[in-house]
Write a protein that binds this ligand. Structure first.
Ligand SMILES: [Zn+2]
Length: 462
């Protein structure tokens, strides 16, 4: 039997405690990408099946079904599949494709436990339909990012949050590789429109799928990671193909993969990548959830996203430790780190969106080195890569909620005028002097009294 890591054991104990002494019906277990979620819930499924319970593990993608099946094999758990093209096996544990299960609800027996992998999708209609069908079944949700793209929480489905180790703890423990993150100002995605909480694909494609942009990505790859195995995250299938073409023309063995390809062809690409025959794999969606590309040292990010979940999942792909990887290299050309913060910054999760991560201000935690484009914590005074020292920032510009604003002469003039006004007001000590300002500036009547009494009250308190 496979050896579990200490944090996986702790996770299993917390889940059992939730279902047992705490009498919860639906705990949600949070663990960063790459930390071994499938293995953890496979143990839970194994234990439940041993006691005679029926367990369905829901998944929404073929690659994840394969991966879960592998984890169940590792834990020695016999299992069947509720999925198109698989024979029905009478095992206590079934891996169910959501799309297939929802069509077969009337002829599928009632489960005792439903495990929902990638549970941040759990409010999608098909998932909800399945959960409603069996209101007495216990639920276990598992995810790296317990929020929806819309920012909604998952508190309407789950009743108890279990938080595993953070990405930073996993890096410190040697379970994930440390990283270096660079964010060169290749493209400004801030003008893209959003639909359903995400950037409009057609607009993002028009912005990103250009030889000049790919050329810049190529140049940074050559500068930082020449020849190291890399995954490129793209906007569309067409974009992924153009990027692969341009990398090939530059002399790198590059290949794009997408969902329309035969599974055997895709498997072949994975094999060639693992063996080092392919150096660069580009894709739009396949590289994100579950699709394992072991051995990637470099992530090249050419898809701007509003989704913290997608951002962390993409990066999680690159942080898996492997032979010869002293650190992962992340090249973010679309400012995702500015939108979502450094990958391993500490995040506060909650079942109700209002209490947790969804409220966070974008860009608050990151500053980019002006010399080498390394992404650093916002408190950094100097760049850890190149030693560049940040100049002290003028306060009034810094206060703009971390949004990049172009500083114009008009803005600076307006700031100077506001400062002069405050100085003049400070010098006006008497009520008469304040009234004079009120008249001259055309302020509303009573302004001078308001300021004057405010000062008196402040002095009285002091
Ligand atoms: Zn630097």
């Amino acid at each position: 039997m496979i050896q579990l890591r200490p944090y996986q054991c702790a996770g299993i104990a917390s889940i059992r405690e939730a279902f047992g002494p705490l009498h919860k019906r639906a705990p949600l277990y949070v663990l960063p990408t790459g930390a071994g979620k499938s293995l953890t819930f496979s143990f839970i499924a194994h234990g439940a099946a041993d006691k005679g319970n029926r367990v369905y593990i829901l998944s929404h993608r073929q690659e994840l079904i394969d991966q879960i099946s592998g984890a169940l094999d590792l834990t020695g758990t016999p299992h069947g599949f509720i999925a198109a093209g698989y024979p029905t096996l009478d095992a206590h544990v079934q891996i169910a494709s959501v799309q297939t299960l929802v069509r077969r609800l009337d002829r599928t027996p009632q489960p005792d436990l439903i495990v929902i992998d990638e549970a941040h999708h759990a409010r999608a209609q098909t998932f909800e339909r399945i959960i409603r069908e069996w209101p007495r079944a216990k639920l276990l949700g598992v995810t790296a990012t317990p929020i929806r793209l819309s920012g909604e929480g998952l508190g309407t489905i789950f009743d108890h949050l279990i938080t595993g180790p953070s990405m930073r703890e996993l890096i410190e423990g040697g379970y994930l590789a440390p990283y270096r993150l660079f964010s060169p100002p290749t493209v400004d995605a801030s003008g893209l429109h959003k639909r359903g909480g995400e950037f409009v694909t057609a607009e993002a494609e028009a912005l990103l799928d250009r030889p000049a942009i790919t050329g810049s990505a190529l140049e940074h790859y050559r500068q930082h990671a020449d020849g190291l195995p890399a995954l490129v995250f793209c906007v569309s299938i067409q974009h992924a193909k153009s990027v692969a073409d341009q990398f090939r023309e530059a002399g790198y063995a590059a290949f794009s993969i997408d969902g329309t390809m035969e599974r055997t062809v895709r498997r072949g690409v994975v094999e060639d990548f693992r063996a080092g025959r392919i150096k660069v794999v580009t894709s739009v969606a396949l590289l994100e959830e579950g699709f394992d590309m072991p051995g990637a040292h470099v992530g090249i990010f050419l898809r701007p996203t509003q989704s913290l979940g997608l951002y962390l999942q993409q990066i999680g792909r690159i942080l898996r430790p492997c032979e010869g990887k002293t650190h992962a290299l992340l090249l973010d050309h679309v400012g995702n780190c500015y939108r979502h913060g450094l990958p391993d910054e500490l995040r506060q999760w909650a079942l109700a969106a209002d209490d947790g991560e969804a409220r966070r201000k974008p860009g608050a935690s990151v500053r980019i080195c002006a010399s080498c484009f390394c992404a650093l914590p916002s408190q950094a005074k100097a760049c850890s890569e190149c030693g560049y020292e940040f100049p002290p920032k003028p306060r009034e510009i810094e206060q703009r909620d971390g949004e990049l604003a172009e500083v114009t002469p008009e803005m600076l003039a307006a700031q100077a005028a506001r400062r002069a006004e405050r100085r003049e007001q400070g010098r006006a000590q008497s009520l008469e002097a304040l009234r004079e300002i009120e008249r001259r500036k055309g302020f509303r009547r009573g302004w001078a009294e308001h300021v004057y009494h405010g000062r008196l009250a402040k002095r009285a308190r002091a």
